[in-house]
Design a protein around this ligand. Structure first.
Ligand code: NAP
Ligand code: FER
Length: 338
């Protein structure tokens, strides 16, 4: 098997912990040496890197599910790449692999950390609709929120990677999908190509008023990607025995003071609401079912796996900063070779 591969690579390091919105000088792009793979290892040239909102949390020291990024070290994250050198039979040169060694162009390590995937869909979709965000949408909607056909679901961040999947899964499973997003163009895309029943621009007026207009009879499920005003509005709109799956609260990720609590939490009592947090890592047992159902729908276009592609490893930070201000529609990915 080929033992040749690149001997140098480039990687993005976190060099200071952001206060509020991250700035480009919090990061540094560095050239590094890449030794040939040792026994049991592979060498991979990354094709696409993922930038995800959770990375903002890793840039802070706050305690969470996973360790924070270390200062002066390369940041981790999802990537898809091609094997360029291998010492094992399970991974052949040319195989497409999914792994967690991102924010760099060349990855190396034990073969078991690199999952071989098929080429039935474009490689980057293993970072989005058929990857971590897709499984998040699937598990959050169907398991955590316990969505049933015929129900009305409100999803915030609806034009993003997770939210766009949530709305399309609601439609595929016979429900009513209502979404919010940050521009008129995104709203038009949601009600047009994606088939949402209603959508609104949360920047155009109070969320509670716009949600009440879109769902006059209330909602059964809220899929929260945003928190803050959106969560308060959703609590107000949820019907008796409604459920909220709390996936993320991106409106607070750059906050330097704690956000105001939803002021209407007492409604949880009267309406017997269930509000439950969601972490995708708890739901890997659903992965086969998810890929079996959603894979063919993505492959034949019944589910739109929209992406925003930023070209060039050197623009990975721009892509990440853009994600935090809504410059993506669908999944934000970085094509390593711009
Ligand atoms: P995404 O929605 O594709 O991208 C982030 C989007 O957030 C932006 O496009 C922007 O869209 C929106 N946004 C930014 N600031 C906002 C604000 N102040 N108010 C409202 N919207 C704002 O990202 P994603 O990967 O699909 O993630 C979506 C959410 O799911 C995030 O909260 C993330 O943390 C969470 N998540 C959780 C898990 C889990 O296991 N719990 C897994 C994956 C993702 P607009 O133009 O609409 O503002
Ligand atoms: C995310 C936001 C938060 C996410 C994970 C978390 C996988 C985890 C938070 C924690 O560990 O406290 O988008 O995506």
């Amino acid at each position: 098997m080929t033992q040749h591969g690149p001997t140098t690579g480039r990687e993005w390091r976190l060099v200071s912990r952001p206060q509020g919105m991250p700035v480009p000088t919090d990061f540094e792009l560095v050239e590094v040496e890449v030794p040939p793979p040792a026994a049991g290892e592979v060498l991979v040239r990354n094709l696409f890197l993922s930038v995800d909102p959770y990375m903002r949390g890793r840039m802070s020291e706050a305690k969470s599910y996973a360790a924070p990024y270390e200062l002066g070290k390369v940041m981790y994250g999802g990537a898809v790449g091609e094997v360029v050198a291998s010492t094992v039979d399970t991974h052949r040169v040319g195989d497409l692999v999914l792994h967690q060694q991102a924010w760099r162009d060349v990855a190396a390590g034990p073969a078991k950390e690199f999952k071989v995937v098929d080429r039935l869909v474009p490689p980057s979709q293993y970072l989005g609709a058929l990857g971590m965000p897709g499984l998040t949408a699937y598990a959050g909607l169907l398991r955590v929120a316990g969505f049933q056909p015929g129900e009305t679901v409100f999803v915030s961040g609806a034009a993003g990677a997770v939210g766009s999947l949530v709305g399309q899964l609601v439609k595929a499973h016979g429900g009513t999908a209502i979404g919010s997003a940050g521009s008129a163009e995104k709203v038009a895309w949601l009600t047009g190509e994606l088939g949402f029943d209603a959508a609104f621009d949360y920047k155009a007026g109070p969320v509670a008023d716009q949600l009440a207009a879109a769902a006059p009879d209330g909602i059964d499920v809220y899929f929260d990607n945003v928190g803050g005003e959106h969560l308060e509005a959703a609590i107000g709109a949820l019907k008796v025995h409604g459920r909220a799956a709390i996936c993320g609260m991106i409106s607070a990720y750059n906050a330097t003071t704690p956000p105001a609590a939803p002021r209407n939490l007492m409604q949880v009592v009267g309406k017997r609401l269930r509000i439950e947090g969601l972490l995708v890592w708890d739901h890997h047992d659903l992965e086969d079912e998810f890929l079996a159902e959603v894979g063919p729908m993505v492959a034949d276009g019944r589910i739109v796996a929209q992406e925003t592609v930023v070209d060039g490893l050197e623009h990975a930070v721009d892509a990440f900063l853009g994600l935090l201000v809504g410059s993506n529609t669908g999944k934000m990915v970085v094509r390593v070779e711009g």
